[in-house]
Design a protein around this ligand. Sequence first.
Ligand code: N01
Length: 549
Amino acid sequence: MDKKTEPGNVQDVDAVIIGAGFAGLGMLWRLREQLGMSAQVFETGDGVGGTWYWNRYPGARCDSESYIYCLTFSPELLQEWNWSGKYPEQPEILSYINHIADRFDLRRNIKFNTRVTTARFIEDTNRWEVETDQGDRVTAQYLITGIGCISAGNIPDIKGLETFEGESYHTGAWPHNEVDFTGKRVAVIGTGSSGIQSIPVIAKQAESLTVFQRTPQYTIPARHETVDRKFLDEQVKPNYEEILEKARWSKAGFPVEFSERLALEATAEERQEAYEAGWAKGGHGFLWGSFKDIGVDRRANDTAAEFIRAKIREIVKDPETVEKLLPTDHPLGSKRALIDTNYFETYNRENVELVDIRHSPIQEITPDGIRTEDEDFEFDMIVFATGFDAMTGSFFKMDIRGRDNLSLKDKWAEGPKTYLGLQVAGFPNMFMITGPGSPSVLANMTVAIEQHQDWITDFIEHMRTHDIEVAEADADAESAWVSHVNKIAESTMFMLADSWYLGANIPGKPRVFMPYVGGLGTYREKCNEVADNDYEGFVLNAGVRQLAT
Ligand code: N01
C-alpha cells in the first residue's frame, strides 16, 4: 500500500504488521518481495529500530557478537556491512537498521508516530480490523506482531514518584538528545542488563552515582574491543552461510560448541582452569564453554557461582560493598545471563556508592531524591533501569480481540497461552514474531526472529497456494504446547530465581515461565515438523469455529 492511510478512510491490505524493528522490517520485506503481498506497518516511534530506537541509554550495546547479530535475507548486505566493535553498540545497530530500511525501500509501507490501539477479528469477513491513535482504520487478512518481547517499560509504582523535581529517565525510553551527567548527583535503580551496562558509563561522568540494588548479579566480563577484521574477513565472510546454519540449529542461536564436560566430574583444579579461561575470554562463552551441568545441576552451578563470587571479592576493594554485591540467592544463569564492561570495578570509584535495598528498602521518592528505611539521599537525576513488563506487556497495550470478541488480555489472564509462540487459539490469522512460548528471549534475537519470519512466510505461502483463508491454532494443540513449555521449564534452574522470564518483576503478574527453554534448534525442528505434517495443530479453512478458551 503506497498511499498513506487517511483518518476516516478504511484501507484494505493483505497484512498489517505492528512494529518496525528487526521483526517488522524483515517480515515486511518477505511479504512484499517474496510473496508479492501488500502490507502496512504501524510504528509508535518516529523511526525504525524497535528496541534499538528506544534503548539509547549510555553504554547500550548488544551482547551477541556483531557478526552474528544481523538480518540475513540479503547475502550482499552480509558481505558488505562492517561492524566496528566485537559487540554492536546501540548507535551502530540503529544505523544498520536504518540502512536496511533505506536499502530495501521499506519506509514507504511504514506509518511512523502511530500506535495501534485496537485489532479485532471480524468473523463475517475473516479479516482483522485495525485502528490506530492517528485515526487509521485498516482491514487485513493477516495481523502480524513484531512488537518486541522486552518493550513495555516498567517504572515501579514507588510512593512519591511524581514529586521528584530533578530529571528522571527509564533506560528503555531514553531521550534522543544527549543526557549530560556532568556535575550531577545521579541515582540508578536496578542492576539488570541495562543497569550493568549504564552504571560504569554514568559513573565516569557524574559527580556522584548511587546504585540501588535489589538483587546482586553474576556477571562476566564482555571483553569488548574493536572488531577483529582478520577474523571477519578470513573466517566469517567467506563462510557466512555455514556459520549461520550452525547458529540456526544451535541451542541459543550462536555458532558455538557447547562443552560436553561435567563440572562434577572434573577436579577442582580443572574447574578453576576452565573458569579462568572463560573469564579471560569473556562473554557468554563462560557458561556454554565450560561445563554442561552448570545449567542443570545445582552443585555444578555452585562451583561456577563460587568462582564469580571469588572474582567479586578479588576485584572490589571495600569489604562492605563486596558483601552487598555477592549473589547467593539464585543460581548462576537463572536470571538473564549478563556480561559487562568494568561493572564490579566501578564500585572502586570514589564517586560510586551501592545501596542494598533488600536490607534498606526504598520507602519513597521525595522532591529531592530517594528515602530508604535508613537514609535520605539527594539527587539531580534518577535513572530507572527497572526493566520491562516482558513478553505480554506490549500485547496488553493494545486491545486485541479474536473470535467471540474475546480479548487477548482475558485469554492470557493466567499467563500467555500460545501454540508454538506463533499463534493463539481463537485469534485466527494472527501471527506473533517471537511470541511467548517461543525460545526468542533465550536465544540470539535476530536468529530467533528470522526463524519466525521464514516460518510465517512459508505458512502464508502455503495458505495462498492451497486457497486457505483462515489458519488458526487448535485449542488442544495450544494446551499441549503450553504444558510442554511449562514442563521443560520446571526441570531447569530458571524456576529458582525471581526473573522477568517468570513475570516475577511485575507485582500481580501470574508466575508462569514464558519462553520455551528447549533450545532454538529443537524448536526449529518442531516448527518444521508441524509444517511438514500439513500444519498439524492448526485448523485450516474458512469456516471452522474454535472455542477460544
Ligand atoms: O531489566 P531487568 P533490564 N525496586 O528486568 C530491578 C534485555 N537487554 O532493562 O532483579 C527496585 O533485567 C530489578 O531487581 P530484581 C535482556 O534480555 C539486553 O536490565 O528484580 N529495583 C533488576 O535489578 C534483559 O534481561 C541487553 O530484584 C527494581 C532491574 O531493576 C532485558 O532486556 C541490554 C524494582 C531490572 O532488570 C531487561 O533488562 C539491555 C523495584 N520495584 C537489556 N523493579 C543486551 O543485549 C525492578 N527492579 C546487553
